[in-house]
Design a protein around this ligand. Structure first.
Ligand code: CMC
Length: 393
């Protein structure tokens, strides 16, 4: 009843009150629970940031030890989960496997779908999800490669254990490279939350129907998969590789992106909220330089093409007028590639990073007892007509 305002894409509609992440798109500011992203990326660890987002304060040493101890305890997944992998055709995208298996957790933990969880049950569901997602994510890759699946190593920290499960073989000794661990830690922190973006809004909307945490996060994973959202990090690398294969002429692709008759967009450029710069992109650009240097890959042709593209776009009227700057996805793929992560796993990496944000937002929504999300519409169809039998149509 009454008056409905149309706001396609929710450009100006606040769907919730939230105390988790502050974002100022004009000034390029991003803070988790008040802490600037620059400080967290420099000084914190991914699990500490996860704790901060979910519980609202930085943990004491005892709280962090308890939190990471609990997560470590739950890293194994039910053996029957391995059988689910067998059913997927080998061409299945890892994001499809990830979302399916996260939803499948409801089958292994049926109590998780109850709308009336006690705080302890909610806590256990959160811990399980944080603990098992790296295992499931690494297994999607190992399974697609036809490699043996690695069980988690609970003597390693969160990032090191994930790298171990991804890259080690039972036949070889696996050496952890601290440069790689620290780069992964930073990338995950930078992706950990971003207020009401498409996937997070999805998690909240699905959860608002009292759907389970695992079901809601599974839906968020599918939203993130889209190439205009998290899928952009895979598209960026594919675009840079296409430019390289085409002879490396960046101006040709800049012109394609400007051509309104050409659907091509410069992937990793532009953002719905940041209209000045994306603070995450600034940090990631420096990190990409450092990581490639440390790994002896500073001559990477893709990095060179990315830098040229960025330079060309930043001085081009089209991009300046529309306030299009590199976003978080522009340089993250270059780091992931340098770390040895295959392109089709990039968006899975984004999902691993975004997980604490999804959990924190789902929990906040539940604790605030938000009503079911149910947008209205402006109807543009036929007003009323009489049904006609098929012979009369
Ligand atoms: N290349 C060329 N033109 C662009 C681009 C681009 N990457 N992005 C926006 N534009 C143009 C667009 O054509 C439009 O031009 P005009 O006003 O002449 O019609 C104008 O800029 C405004 O674009 P919009 O699509 O209305 O802006 P939006 O806020 O709806 O979309 C966006 C934001 C991120 C979807 C978009 O910039 C885009 O498609 N970027 C490429 C994909 C990408 O990198 N996505 C990752 C986003 S950040 C991380 C995440 O969310 O996962």
């Amino acid at each position: 009843t009454g008056y409905v305002t149309l706001d396609s894409g929710y450009k100006n509609t606040g769907a919730t009150k939230s105390a988790i992440t502050f974002l100022d798109g004009e000034e390029g500011i991003l803070r988790y629970r008040g802490y600037p992203i620059e400080q967290l990326a420099e000084k914190s660890s991914f699990l500490e940031v996860a704790y901060l987002l979910i519980y609202g304060a930085l943990p004491t040493q005892a709280e962090l030890d308890h939190f990471s101890g609990q997560i470590t305890k739950h890293t194994l997944v039910h053996e029957d989960m391995r059988k689910i992998f067998d059913g997927f055709p080998s061409a299945t995208h890892p994001m499809a496997i990830l979302s399916s298996l996260i939803c499948a957790l409801t089958g292994f933990y049926p109590q998780s779908v109850s709308p009336d969880l006690s705080p302890e049950e909610m806590e256990l569901n959160i811990i399980r999800l944080l603990a098992k997602m790296p295992t499931i994510a690494a297994w999607t890759y190992k399974n697609n490669m036809g490699h043996p699946l690695n069980y988690p190593r609970n003597d390693m920290d969160y990032c090191a254990n994930f790298l171990y499960m991804m890259f080690s073989f039972p036949t070889e000794k696996y050496e952890i490279n601290p440069v790689v661990v620290s780069a992964l830690n930073k990338l995950l922190i930078l992706h950990a939350d971003h207020e009401q973006n498409c996937s997070t809004s999805t998690v909240r909307l699905v959860g608002s129907a009292n759907a389970s945490l695992y079901g809601s996060v599974s839906a968020g994973i599918n939203a993130l998969w889209g190439p205009l959202h998290g899928g952009a990090n895979q598209e960026v690398i594919e675009m840079l590789e296409a430019i390289e294969a085409d002879g490396g002429d960046t101006s040709k692709f800049i012109n394609k992106a400007k051509d309104k008759n050409d659907p091509f967009r410069l992937m990793g450029f532009g953002h719905r909220v940041y209209k000045n710069f994306d603070p995450r992109a600034k940090i990631i650009k420096v990190a990409a330089d450092e990581v490639l240097q440390a790994l002896g890959m500073q001559d990477s042709p893709l990095l060179k093409i990315a830098q040229e593209l960025e330079q060309a776009a930043l001085t081009d009227q089209y991009f300046i007028e529309r306030k299009l700057y590199p976003n978080v996805d522009f340089y993250s793929g270059i780091i992931y590639k340098a770390l040895g992560i295959p392109t089709e796993m990039f968006t899975v990496m984004f999902a691993l990073g975004r997980l604490p944000g999804w959990i924190a937002q789902w929990k906040e929504m539940r604790e605030n007892k938000e009503p079911i999300g149910r947008p209205r519409q402006i109807y543009t169809g036929e007003l009323e007509r009489d049904y006609q039998g098929i012979e009369a149509r």
